[in-house]
Write a new protein. Structure first.
Lengths: 240, 510
């Protein structure tokens, strides 16, 4: 199973004069969970955002399923089948859970809405309990579930998850990662996961990248990276 | 005279009051009031040809006593001794469904009132035309508020130049009805001009909305507000200075709308003659009232409908989080432009109606303060709340009108007081009023007093209205920062409709 779904080559991104990505090469294979780990400010989220087209890559190419997307506007990229659960969740606080999920189905034009809704509610039963509630009143964990659920409503071929464990209690983090694993195993969903919580991410990942200062320094399978001493020293010791 | 009795009889019973104590207290109150009123109200001395007469005024005195007793009874029942059963036994939550179920009836009730109102006002001889005319003004502002609500309340784009679209609509009617339609289709078309131009003015305004929308697509918040403000002023300045096209500051006289071709004039072929009823200018007012009512309702229902469509939900999502919107595949460019265009379109409709109703347009009607006023209505009403806008439009425009009527109203109140109170008290209150201001005035330094005297000669309350609106805004923002109506109904719901009070969400988010 190694069809490449998303491939980046020499991707460089700038914020004004500051270079955030210094030539990134990466591959996301179909049906796999790929993870990018790294410290704060390494450029993980920038990579995620660059894939989605804001900000645009200044150099290099990003190819999604044979289509060059580095020059496309965000909403068109999304229509190709990439859905993102953005960093900080960015749910719509004044809209209800149900309305948030509806917004997620924009790309799909609500064609499979009922069916997908059942799926999301099955994955995160908490959301079903809270469906009529304003999203802004949910707990952090529930908001993260909503952000992922909203992304899933678009029926993506590639799901981008930006720091889903951010600011969550360990038990909720476990729940979220279990859900990601389930999605991957049962539905064959391709996931690109950006995480600071390296331990959880690497255990889950088929393929992993370590990012430092806008560059990818180590590549391998999740299990390999978990056992490498330098990764352990930098990202895992004292953690989990 | 209410203080000392208050606590004695009841404090031991934790707020409950027995009927016996209540009656005793009220009788005591009545006797005390009568005693106090005897010298100052009940007996009045009058001089007649050098002879002092004593005149008794028992009726007035009893009226006042009754008022005091009833007031005290109400205070007993609702303020001092809240029945413990409702206060303690029922939790606060129990209150919410009541207000919600009431809220369900507010809109239909208001619609019913709006529909019968002209007939009610028709019965009040001195108020019929002015009353209906005033209601028309309020409805125009409600409609403008609903139109701006799409841009500001739903899409979250702060627009300080909304009056520009109002002006576009008004001038579309003015120019097309006086010059271009007669030129293109002959003068016979003029009676129908309003109906032909109404949709055109909406389209023109929408076009201008898109034209404004393009350059400001990347702007948000303060920056957007500044640019829209400038846009509003630009339209007005163009209207003033492009003399050959718009007739400049002198404005344009425009034909009044007809009843589907029948003019409201005392002539054969007029509205009254056609229906065989005596001519009365009131028909024109009633007709205009219903036209603007229908237009406003179209705005209301269209907005409601749009909110349930994907585009409406995209607007709301855009207001919440633009980045998230884009990442969900929403084209934020078109979403913003449609919000501008549709908001502008309703502004254009309202402008067209305004021009037709006034029979005259000039750039003076489209100054910045109008934009600010409409925005104030939207904000006071609670951003995004359509019913709230109705209330705030009534409050703001009503307050404006009140100031205009202040002189007359003051006399009426004074006359009423004169009937029950001795002259000395009334003039005392009056002098207290002027005295307070006079004293404050006296405190000012000379130079300022002189300049004030220069500025305030012939001053009347109407000049205070902006001050009052400003004060109202400050108080609003202090006590109800989320507007008059702060609930937002979800557009979609499962099984039950459940609105969430904004108290649950952080300010700026709720």
């Amino acid at each position: 199973m190694s069809d490449i779904l998303l491939q980046g080559a020499g991707v460089e991104t700038f914020y004004g004069k500051i270079q955030a990505l210094r030539g990134i090469d990466f591959e996301v294979h179909k049906g796999e969970i790929t993870t990018v780990i790294g410290a704060n400010g390494a450029g993980k989220s920038t990579l995620m955002m660059t894939i989605c087209g804001t900000p645009r890559a200044r150099a290099g190419s990003i190819v999604f399923d044979g289509v060059e997307i580095s020059k496309m506007p965000t909403h068109e990229i999304v229509h190709l089948g990439i859905a993102q659960s953005p960093e900080g969740r960015r749910i719509f606080p004044r809209m209800t859970v149900f309305e948030n999920l509806q917004m997620g189905a924009t790309v799909d034009k609500l064609q499979h809405f009922d069916e997908d809704l059942v799926k999301v509610f099955k994955l995160f039963p908490r959301l079903e309990e809270r469906r009529a509630q304003r999203a802004g009143t949910l707990s952090g964990g529930e908001q993260q579930m909503l952000a992922i659920g909203r992304a899933l409503m678009a029926r993506p071929r590639l799901l981008l998850l930006d720091e889903p464990s951010l600011g969550l209690a360990p038990i909720i983090v476990k729940l979220i990662f279990a859900a990601i694993k389930k999605l991957n195993e049962e539905e064959g969903l391709t996931v690109l996961l950006v995480e600071q919580n390296a331990f959880h991410a690497l255990r889950l990942a088929h393929r992993a990248y370590v990012m430092v200062n806008g560059k990818i320094t180590i590549t391998g399978t999740g299990a390999e990276l978990l056992n490498r001493p330098e990764v352990r020293a930098a990202y895992l010791e004292g953690g989990h | 005279m209410s203080g000392p009795v208050k606590d004695t009889s009841v404090s031991s019973e934790q707020g409950a009051i027995s009927w016996f104590d209540l009656v005793k207290d009220l009788i005591g109150t009545a006797i005390l009031t009568m005693l106090i009123l005897t010298p100052i109200v009940t007996f009045k001395t009058t001089m007649n040809q050098g002879v002092l007469f004593i005149e008794d005024r028992w009726v007035q005195s009893l009226l006042l006593t009754a008022a005091v007793v009833i007031g005290r009874l109400l205070l007993h029942l609702f303020v001092w001794h809240k029945p413990p059963s409702t206060a303690a036994a029922k939790p606060v939550v129990a209150k919410a469904p009541l207000s919600e179920s009431l809220a369900k009836y507010v809109a239909p009730a208001m619609l019913a009132i709006a529909i019968v109102l002209p007939f009610v006002l028709h019965q009040v001889p001195s108020w019929d035309k002015r009353g209906i005319d005033f209601m028309i003004t309020i409805l125009i502002y409600i409609m403008l508020g609903w139109g701006l609500n799409i841009v500001v309340g739903l899409a979250g784009l702060l627009d300080l130049g909304y009056v520009a679209f109002y002006a576009v609509g008004a001038y579309a009617y003015a120019l097309l009805s006086t010059i271009y339609l007669p030129l293109w289709f002959g003068p016979g078309v003029v009676p129908w001009a309003f109906y032909i131009i109404l949709p055109i003015s909406g389209l023109l305004a929408a076009t201008w909305g898109v034209i404004l929308g393009f350059p400001v697509l990347r702007l948000r918040g303060d920056y957007l507000a500044i640019v829209t403000l400038a846009f509003g002023e630009m339209i007005r300045l163009v209207l003033i200075n492009w003399f050959s096209f718009t007739n400049g500051p002198q404005g344009i006289n425009v034909p009044k709308p007809t009843f589907f071709g029948l003019p409201f004039k005392d002539e054969p072929g007029g509205f009254a003659a056609f229906f065989g009823i005596p001519h009365d200018r009131i028909y024109s007012y009633i007709f205009l009232y219903y036209v603007i009512l229908v237009l406003a309702l179209i705005t209301y229902f269209a907005t409601n409908r749009l909110r349930r469509l994907p585009i409406g939900r995209a607007w709301e999502a855009l207001r919440e989080d633009e980045v998230a919107c884009r990442s969900l595949g929403i084209n934020t460019t078109t979403t913003k432009l449609t919000a501008f265009a549709i908001g502008a379109m309703f502004g254009g409709f309202a402008g067209c109606f305004f021009a037709a109703r006034q029979g005259f347009v000039s750039p003076e009607s489209f100054v910045y303060i109008e934009s600010a006023m409409i925005l104030a209505i939207v904000v006071l009403g609670g951003l995004g709340s359509q019913i709230g806008i109705v209330f705030s439009a009534i409050v703001i425009m009503g307050a404006f009108e009140l100031f205009r009527e202040f002189g007359a109203m003051g006399h009426a109140v004074q006359d009423g007081l004169m009937y029950v109170l001795p002259d000395a008290v009334v003039s005392g209150i009056g002098s207290l009023f002027t005295g307070t201001f006079g004293a404050l005035y006296g405190l000012l330094p000379d130079a300022m007093r002189n300049s004030l005297a220069g500025a305030t000669t012939g001053m009347d309350p109407i000049q205070f209205r902006m001050l009052a609106v400003g004060l109202a805004m400050v108080l609003m923002m202090r006590f109800r920062p989320r507007g008059l109506v702060t609930r937002r109904q979800p557009t979609v719901f499962l099984k039950e409709r459940k609105s969430v009070s904004s108290d649950l969400v952080a300010e700026g988010h709720g």
